[in-house]
Design a protein. Structure first.
Length: 318
């Protein structure tokens, strides 16, 4: 009712039961409101998360911690990551970020299935928080077992889009496209650009995809926060050159998670995405867990309409 065109179901958190209920609710709302809101399936991708923490604990600065992947392999472990490979590609001095960069660690010792690292910042360690290795090219399959199961569900239901997280190269997209050929539904495939490898392989990734998402949260960690505005423009430009659409995501109206109005900086950021000629802008935490979900959609819609009006009145020029 407030202007959403696509609803995202995030399979990093959503169960099949939740997804099925959401699909039915969206279809019902479409009928009642005479809308045609599309549905996007966001696959987990090769995302590493903290696991096995019995209760959250505060990690102090300069603390040395032992990191593992499985208690059966490394019993004296302080933190577990749900990574299925080994750590042999990690180098001394490599950085590890937890929870969107809130916690930074530096690797000081490496074993096959463990790392020792020194914390460079303090923070609370909790289960399910995302982990990034910005300096390391860890080994992952093109499609994880979890993604295969989620993809099977998605292709048996009426999703219009599939977004693949942490794409590294065009093979990650081609794997999904090959599996999707067997489905009666033909969802468009979106590559989420959110790591260094994706930036390096941008042209081939976009060529293999139907569209690209500028996933600015992890992109800022994997590259650097001050590079994101330029990378956003480069990704949009590359997509435009190949006649592919783009979605700008992460912290569009982050303050509206707790406040009824966006900041001036957020309004400018959202308008700038329109001026950059992105086809879509996306809300995430604002609507998934925020106190003002419908107001966030309404506010973003107002910003977009005003920016589009300005472009129309000025012949598409800023």
């Amino acid at each position: 009712k407030n202007g959403a065109d696509i609803i995202r179901i995030n399979f990093s958190h959503a169960s099949f039961d939740f997804a099925e209920k959401a699909l039915n609710e969206i279809k019902s709302a479409n009928r009642d409101l005479r809308r045609d809101v599309k549905i996007l399936a966001d696959l987990k991708g090769n995302r590493i998360r903290v696991k096995g923490i019995k209760s959250p604990f505060l990690l102090s600065k300069n603390k040395i911690v032992r990191i593992g992947t499985d208690y059966s392999k490394e019993k004296n472990t302080d933190i577990l990551f749900d990574y299925l490979g080994n750590f042999l590609k990690v180098k001394t001095g490599d950085r590890i970020f937890i929870e969107d960069g809130k916690i930074e660690l530096k690797v000081i010792e490496i074993g096959k299935y463990f790392l020792k690292a020194r914390s460079l910042s303090a923070g609370e360690i909790k289960n399910s928080k995302g982990v990034n290795f910005p300096d390391t090219d860890l080994d992952f399959p093109n499609l994880s077992e979890e993604d295969k199961e989620d993809l099977k569900f998605v292709l048996n239901n009426d999703f219009s889009y599939i977004a693949q997280s942490f794409v590294r190269n065009e093979k990650d997209i081609k794997t999904i496209r090959e599996i999707s050929k067997k489905s009666k539904f033909k969802p468009k495939i979106i590559a989420k650009i959110e790591n260094r490898q994706a930036v390096e392989n941008l042209r081939k990734i976009i060529s293999a995809s139907d569209g690209a998402m500028v996933a600015r949260g992890d992109l800022a960690i994997s590259t650097d926060f001050y590079k994101v505005p330029i990378l956003q423009k480069k990704i949009i430009a590359e997509a435009k050159s190949q006649n592919k659409f783009t979605i700008i995501a992460t912290q569009m109206l982050e303050s509206m998670t707790y406040n009824p109005l966006p900041t001036r900086a957020e309004a400018s950021d959202a308008a700038n995405a329109v001026f950059d000629k992105a086809e879509f802008v996306m809300l995430s935490g604002e609507t998934a867990a925020g106190a003002y979900p419908s107001q966030s959609v309404k506010a973003l819609n107002l910003i977009i309409k005003e920016a589009e009006k300005y472009l129309r009145e000025n012949g598409g020029k800023i």
